[in-house]
Design a protein around this ligand. Structure first.
Ligand SMILES: CNc1nc2cc3c(=O)[nH]c(N)nc3c(CCc3ccccc3)c2[nH]1
Ligand SMILES: [Zn+2]
Length: 373
């Protein structure tokens, strides 16, 4: 049968595992490596969809957990699905809710059936299961649906991680069983295994055995030291088949993106660009700028001299600092616009560098200018 989502490998870097590819979806083609903006409550915060599209974003992420609790997946279904509801006609990936229940919901109990939790909004009791997660994602109509999994906390002991990954595999089989319309939406499996390379291998073999259109590396970016994450990634990316898309969940800031690309990852997500914008922080070619710093009071230069985004073309640091100090809404709008543009633009430069076989040179050039992370 034809899968809704397919991966096309275009070029492999000659010196690293970096690769240039495409993810074909019913809502357009995604050039990879790609950074995917997060739009948790069916909006990329403080951004209109036209702006997100205009900067070149090809896919955005949303959340089963949040949309199930509010407004409810049946309302989104009646609206004609998430694309229609939020006026976004490119690709959408939705997470399965597992991670969000652990990170947001007041967790009550994990059983073979699924997860019982209380809503972080009104404390009401709910149950998420593989079947429920698939039902919700079918209603949302996302192009890529993530499997219902357990992201083991860090640190977790080996026995817990082993039992957890085995239950996650059983849940994945139930997701695959439940999901019928494979030509409209594709299910991605998620490799777990904590910080144990042999368990990562076990999880990967179990997940890949189900022959899905794409796979994610889960269970990382959960508070572990950077060196540990990179050490795990050195090996576990290769446990996934070369001919399928590889998505590293929850990663990341610029340095993590370079490290992930270098190890063969195609897709990334991160809430940072819009989250730090709301706290007055900007990512620029010369490192992070904390706009509330007094040194910008009379700085009438653009935020980033090398950026051509709407914010950098029209406003100064002094003005952006003023907006932030006055707690004006335009502050989050302008900084979010720049931060998203910065990461989307950086990934475009990474794709070009891989095409021209100078990925390592670009990485070193970026690090030198950006400075300490
Ligand atoms: C920040 N670090 C981070 N580590 C993660 C691990 C997992 C994981 O092991 N399993 C699942 N299902 N999701 C994870 C996520 C959420 C990613 C996301 C956010 C928003 C929208 C769509 C997708 C993670 N995020
Ligand atoms: Zn800019």
């Amino acid at each position: 049968m034809k899968h809704a989502v397919t991966y096309e490998l275009l070029k492999k870097d000659s010196r690293t595992k970096a690769r240039r590819g495409r993810v074909h979806t019913p809502h357009g083609t995604i050039e990879t490596p790609v950074f995917m903006p997060v739009g948790t409550a069916a909006t990329v915060k403080a951004m209109r969809p036209e702006q997100v599209k205009e900067m070149g974003a090809q896919i955005i992420l949303s959340n089963t957990y949040h949309l199930y609790l509010r407004p409810g997946h049946e309302i989104v279904r009646e609206a004609g699905g998430l694309h229609k509801f939020m006026n976004w006609d490119r690709a959408i990936l939705t997470d399965s809710g597992g991670f969000q229940v652990f990170s947001l919901g007041a967790l009550r109990k994990i059983t073979e059936e699924g997860v019982q939790f209380r809503s972080h909004i009104d404390g009401s009791k709910h149950m998420l299961s593989p079947e429920k997660s698939m039902e919700i994602q079918n209603a949302l109509g996302s192009d890529i649906m993530m499997a219902f999994d357990e992201c083991a906390p860090y640190p977790s002991d080996r026995d817990y991680v082993k039992n957890s990954l085995e239950r996650t595999t059983r849940w994945l089989k139930r997701c695959k069983e439940y999901h019928k319309d494979t030509e409209r939406q594709s299910l991605f499996g998620i490799m777990q295994g904590g910080m144990y390379k042999d368990l990562r291998y076990e999880s990967a073999m179990q997940v890949v055995d189900l022959d899905l259109p794409g796979y994610a590396i889960g269970g990382l970016s959960v508070g572990e030291p950077k060196e540990l994450m990179l050490d795990i990634l050195d090996d576990c990316v290769d446990y996934l088949p070369e001919e399928k898309a590889r998505y590293l969940m929850g990663v990341g800031s610029p340095d993590y993106l370079f490290e992930g690309v270098e190890r063969g990852v195609d897709m990334f997500d991160c809430v940072l660009p819009t989250r730090i914008a709301r706290h007055g922080m900007a990512m620029t070619s010369y490192g992070r700028v904390n706009i509330k710093n007094a040194k910008y009071e009379r700085d009438f230069e653009a935020l980033d001299p090398e950026c051509d985004c709407y914010t950098c073309r029209n406003y100064s640091k002094a003005y952006l600092r003023h907006l932030y100090k006055c707690d004006e809404m335009l502050s989050a709008m302008l900084l979010s616009n720049h931060n998203l543009h910065f990461l989307v633009n950086m990934m475009g430069n990474i794709r070009k560098a891989i095409e021209e076989d100078r990925f390592l040179e670009y990485k070193n050039e970026f690090y030198t200018k950006y400075g300490r992370f």
